[in-house]
Design a protein around this ligand. Structure first.
Ligand SMILES: Cc1cc2nc3c(=O)[nH]c(=O)nc-3n(C[C@H](O)[C@H](O)[C@H](O)COP(=O)(O)OP(=O)(O)OC[C@H]3O[C@@H](n4cnc5c(N)ncnc54)[C@H](O)[C@@H]3O)c2cc1C
Length: 324
């Protein structure tokens, strides 16, 4: 039977969102390919994770080993190469995360499998997986087909909505193929980035400001909007680079990932590195003077106009409505 193998990612005792995102997409592909969906779980004392994962996959393959307690790309590669050689999945999905980009390329090279990185979508053409990835800073999408019957992809965080927690998969324990110590790399500790006075990842309403704000002295304009909506202020990278907001307010690939109920993007173009951190928001409103700005393609509501006119008008209207 055909197989889709999804590598579960966990850190600090929690399954990472990317795992269920990949399993949700994997489920859809598996249905259409008539394939079995398998979650691969590597770790130590991870029974709790297998209980969760079995609701999302037909099978959970667990490799328990103390040397897998914390992510180590060398150890993961050794285990995964053995498991994948044995199972021969048609498609292997790994997160395009700090972990995934560490392990997927050497693993694909070792197994001599074609690898497409940072996929934003996966489709089937004639029953065979086709990867979609962005090129030229997100301006174009490329469809990439694979040579051979097996392939591997890394998947961008937030690319797929999470749904489909209704399976009762079987949990299969596999002996760890690791022998001896992993000598090349050692895990020392996780250093969590300090959370400042405001944790944008927990907010229901996020007002994000970009380079369109032009100067630091204009920042109160968006602060007022955030206040009127009861939201927190976040930003794109140029704003933190300029020192107008601290690094813990930056949304995106090299910043925080937020999934608020409402995300308002003010003067932000919508580069894929930014969208990577906010694409999972429930409702996105974009304010931008350029009607072709990519942010409009991820927004449910768009206002094409000068933020210096739109934002104060919006703040005033909200205050008026609240007053009423
Ligand atoms: C490895 C790497 C990691 C990165 N990580 C991140 C990240 O985590 N987060 C992130 O945000 N970026 C990140 N970037 C940078 C990213 O590529 C973009 O450069 C950045 O997101 C652009 O920010 P911006 O949209 O604010 O600015 P711009 O792209 O300059 O867009 C400004 C927008 O404002 C609009 N505008 C200008 N004036 C007005 C006005 N008066 N009224 C209304 N609209 C106006 C313009 O039309 C434009 O669309 C990363 C880049 C790299 C290479």
């Amino acid at each position: 039977m055909k197989e889709i193998f999804v590598l579960a990612e966990h850190r600090g005792g929690e399954l990472r969102d990317i795992t269920l995102e990949m399993l949700s997409k994997g489920r859809e592909l598996a249905q259409n390919m008539d394939a079995q969906l398998v979650a691969g779980l590597l770790g130590h004392k991870v029974a709790g994770f297998s209980e969760t994962l079995k609701k999302w996959a037909h099978q959970v393959v667990v490799v328990e080993d103390q040397r897998l307690e914390n992510f180590n790309a060398d150890a993961y590669q050794m285990v995964l190469s053995s498991v994948i050689r044995e199972r021969q999945p048609d498609l292997t999905m790994i997160g395009h995360t700090a972990f995934g980009v560490d392990v997927a390329p050497p693993l694909a090279a070792e197994l001599d499998l074609p690898l497409v990185t940072d996929c934003v979508d996966l489709q089937l053409r004639d029953g065979v997986p086709l990867a979609i990835r962005q090129v030229y800073g997100g301006k174009l999408s490329a469809e990439v087909s694979f040579v051979g019957s097996q392939c591997m992809v890394t998947v961008r965080s937030g690319a797929f909505p999470v749904s489909g927690e209704d399976l009762q998969g079987q949990v299969v324990a596999v002996d760890s193929p690791l022998a001896g110590e992993i000598s090349y790399r050692k895990f020392l500790e996780y250093i969590e980035a300090a959370v400042g006075d405001v944790d944008i990842t927990q907010a229901d309403v996020v007002i994000a400001v970009g380079r369109g704000i032009k100067e630091e002295k204009n920042m109160p304009l968006v602060e007022e909007l955030a206040k009127s909506l009861g939201g927190v202020l976040a930003c794109s990278r140029p704003v933190t680079d300029s020192g107008w907001l601290p690094a813990d307010r930056q949304v995106g690939q090299s910043g925080r990932t937020v999934k608020p109920k409402l995300y308002v993007a003010v003067g932000i173009s919508g580069a894929f590195q930014h969208v990577a951190g906010m694409g999972g928001s429930e409702t996105v409103v974009a304010i931008n003077k350029d009607p072709n700005a990519p942010i409009f393609s991820v927004a449910q509501y768009g206002i094409v106009g000068d933020l210096f006119q739109v934002v104060p008008a919006l703040t005033e209207k909200i205050a008026e409505m609240k007053g009423n």
